[in-house]
Design a protein. Structure first.
Length: 418
């Protein structure tokens, strides 16, 4: 609550926290097992452990669905919800599109759980505070906002605190997944010199070690920034180990069950990799700062002043501007050619829009319950505020617990209606 300055729904937040431990056990009994692992981000190692990693995820989900069907549930694939049907203010069914044909399914309750609107380009553009071309989405493209649309159609609020789950920044070089961009993406995970769209330094770059805050500062600075370095740095990394941790090393090590190295390099192919991309967005290489400023469209004077100031701070080993850890004040930018790489805002998806209470019942604008309509997970507001909190595993916890709570409440509601 302090993180969101008490703008979250306290009752809703409490029921999520109170339910979480039991939900983990409930998931295990129904086929999806997890293990409590060390937090996946370096700056969170002294925080309470909260991250539960799936064990044998895909088989686990299959077991979960099999158990659902064995308990009498009906699982419809290739079926999309289209419209909630009401009579006299009560839910009587849902119109779906199944295998290209419209059908109606009788029901007294509907839970909207389709994952937000990250796959809807028009809505993303409407709610995004940056240029859409500066957003790389790691989220579910099939989440096109159908649930939120249906919510509005029955009188619910579907635009309450819609946020983007800002998470790190990405170097996008085309159709290739940015996180497979090898050495170039590794450079993005280091606290090098970052410059904004004015050619000015704008943050303490060791924020790179907290993915949510890294994502927030990228979004806040206009959706992209440039990390810059010189030939001396390239030559060093080609031939030497750098005792800095890449911010995603721990995540990868946990998933692969490997030990941490707390270092990067040597990167034998770094020069070749950079040269193969240099000359166009997102990688530029120039023998002069004048040319580099023109490439990235920043004032030449700002670029020169920023590098001059940064070099002075490096010489003193003290960042009196943004207070970056002194161990990262190591590489001045002095030797041509100079390099700039664009990193763009990255999202895990969208959260929020649906106004709900602690039972995840949908509410009207005057906070009245819409009987039989529920919204959960990325369709629901109430727990997050303006950004993705830095508590690891929280998004997944909110999805599982809100879905389970809504399922239980919907079941109780239907029994009362019968």
């Amino acid at each position: 609550m302090n993180y969101t300055h008490h703008s979250s729904n306290a009752r809703l937040t409490k029921v999520i926290l109170a339910k979480s431990a039991d939900t983990i056990e409930w998931m295990r009994k129904n086929g999806i097992d997890t293990e409590l692992v060390t937090n996946t981000q370096e700056v969170h190692q002294n925080h309470p452990r909260t991250y539960h990693q799936f064990i044998d995820k895909f088989n686990g989900f299959k077991k979960f669905m099999d158990n659902f069907k064995a308990a009498g549930g009906t699982l419809l694939t290739e079926t999309a919800g289209n419209k909630i049907i009401q009579e006299n203010g009560k839910v009587t069914g849902i119109e779906v599109i199944r295998n290209g044909k419209e059908e109606e399914i009788a029901t007294k309750a509907v839970i909207l759980a389709d994952g937000g609107f990250g796959g809807n380009k028009e809505e993303v553009k409407q709610y995004l505070a940056i240029d859409p071309k500066d957003l790389y989405s790691m989220g579910e493209r099939k989440a096109t906002g159908d649930g939120l649309r249906m919510l509005k159609e029955v009188g619910g609020v579907n635009d309450y605190k819609r946020i983007f789950e800002n998470h790190a920044a990405s170097v996008v070089t085309g159709a290739k997944n940015p996180w497979n961009n090898g050495n170039l993406m590794t450079l993005a995970t280091l606290p090098l010199l970052w410059l904004d769209q004015e050619g000015k330094r704008f943050t303490n770059e060791d924020i790179v070690y907290d993915f949510a805050l890294w994502g927030d500062t990228t979004y806040a600075t206009g959706g992209h920034y440039y990390f810059v370095f010189d030939q001396n740095f390239v030559d060093y990394l080609k031939n030497n180990v750098l005792n800095w941790t890449g911010s995603f090393e721990r995540t990868g090590a946990l998933l692969a069950h490997k030990d941490m190295t707390y270092q990067v390099g040597p990167m034998k192919n770094l020069q070749t990799e950079i040269d193969s991309l240099a000359g166009k967005d997102p990688v530029w290489k120039e023998n002069s700062l004048e040319a580099l400023a023109q490439d990235i469209d920043v004032p030449e004077e700002n670029l020169k002043d920023s590098l001059e100031r940064y070099n002075k701070l490096v010489a003193k080993k003290e960042d009196t501007d943004f207070y970056k850890d002194s161990k990262f004040m190591r590489f001045p930018l002095e030797k041509a050619p100079f390099y700039a790489v664009k990193a763009v805002s990255t999202t895990l998806g969208t959260v929020g829009g649906g106004l709900v209470n602690e039972n995840f019942e949908a509410l009207t604008s005057d906070r009245k319950v819409i009987p039989g309509v529920y919204a959960v997970g990325n369709d629901a507001s109430g727990m997050f505020d303006s950004s993705y909190p830095t508590i690891e595993g929280l998004s997944n916890a909110f999805a599982w617990n809100s879905g389970r709570i809504a399922g239980e409440k919907a079941s109780q509601f239907v029994k009362k209606e019968n």
